[in-house]
Design a protein around this ligand. Sequence first.
Ligand code: FAD
Length: 511
Amino acid sequence: ANPNPIFPENAIVLFILFCIIIGKLGPWTNALSLDIKNRLRNDSESIRTASNDYGNLIHEIPSSVLYPSKINDIIHLIKSSNARSIPFTIAARGRGHSVRGQAMTRGGVVVNMTSLSKNGSRIRVGKNSLGSYVDVGGEQLWIDVLHATTKHGLAPVSWTDYLYLSVGGTLSNAGISGQSFLHGPEISNVLELDVITGQGNFVTCSRKKNSELFFGVLGGLGQFGIITRARIVLDKAPTRAKWVRLIYSNFSDFSRDQEHLISSNAPNYVEGILITNENTTNDWRSFFSSSSNQSEIASLLKKKGLLYSIELVKYYDNQTASTIDKEFQLMLKELNFIPQFIFNSDVSLIDFLARVGNLDNNPNGQLETHPWLNLFIPKSRISDFNAGVLVNMLPKLNYTSGLYIFYPLNKNRWDDRMSAVTPDEDIFYALALLHTSLPKESNIFDKFNNQILRFCENAGIKVKQYLPYYKSKEEWIKHYGSKWDIFQKRKLQFDPKMILSPGQRIFNSVS
Ligand code: FAD
């Protein structure tokens, strides 16, 4: 007999079933308007895309994906989460070009930012008393910003190497490339942002207005709000780029020349790569050298084990075309590269900035993983790092397949009030170990990356990870160092229920 006549047996069963259905259907069934429910999808294609990224290493399954058509859809979603006794997590996904699940959420809702501009571009060039700027939707790709602004004879001054990345996703990290030594990272060139905070408040912020949110969001790994618009500084666009690559076998010459170049404003772009083996010929940005050069480089490489290359660009236009060669020669005269290894190119600004094509078209994309490690290394220990990691460890990595980018940056171009973290020295080097591997071999690279981090730890080299990936809160606290208190305070202020960007694993642990 049923001991509880007021709550009959089948009612209990029905109640349990009801709870299961609510739980299964996920968070969007409660308190969401019909309009937004129609924009949530959990079909297999949406879930599959949202549970993978460029790294192809981590897969977190969300309960659904929001395809917003307007900013209000995102506000509504975040407010609905806040209204629940147990909020659901929300991850903005720009282009999903993170490599360790940073734009994912397990069981929460992924916001497919791209759908905001489905009905047309959200890029507008404008001008005020301070100069030209472009207002860009957070979901827009830098490649579209390039095309839209150069039509007006204008362009942003700071870029990433690869332009098929979203503005919101890169501003959540920093956005670095060979222009950053001069103009700072992309985050240093933002005038104003529209942000939807973790409480669902729509806030316009800048250095002067709501500055705590502004500085928090720039390099803030998506923790404080979703960027829906960024106002970015524009300058007159040059039309052409004179572009050279120089090769070095001696590290001191290479680093001295790189540091010399970034101490002046003679070049517009300074980067470098490491030549370890096959990437000499198989470079995603092409080496503009003939096959005879390739064999000379290969034999030098065999002798030395590792070579270094500086990539140097100076922009020009019709007005400066007559002096560019002379200016370039003056710049080169001061450098100590191997004289026979200088490779020249001269291309349009657009061809230079868009030199890395759309990698999403790679037919092997699904078969590859990208166990990358990006580091900022303090200049004072760069020789020790070179000897211990680049000379000693890197050439022994038999599985090498990828690109190793290596160049110095000036810290005075970074605003320390922003969330982005850099070493505590005037100059630091950015090293991007962009490994490509088969899924079954990715653990070899993970092990290698960990070895590097351990080497730095043991040698007391205070590196900082760029595009950081940590598994424990202690590691995050160490990463942020003196910035941890403000970072945590901002989280409590703007996303107190810890709803946003759980894939970064800072405030939300993922088992
Ligand atoms: P996603 O992976 O979609 O998101 C990254 C993080 O930002 C997530 O936490 C996400 O939740 C959050 N987020 C996304 N959109 C928003 C938004 N609108 N508001 C708030 N938070 C948001 N970086 C450089 O600095 N320089 C380079 O030259 C460079 N080259 C790259 C080349 C390749 C091939 C790849 C794969 C990456 C490269 N990166 C480079 C790294 C890149 O900048 C970051 O991975 C960046 O996050 C990618 O942008 P995304 O739109 O794909 O971000």
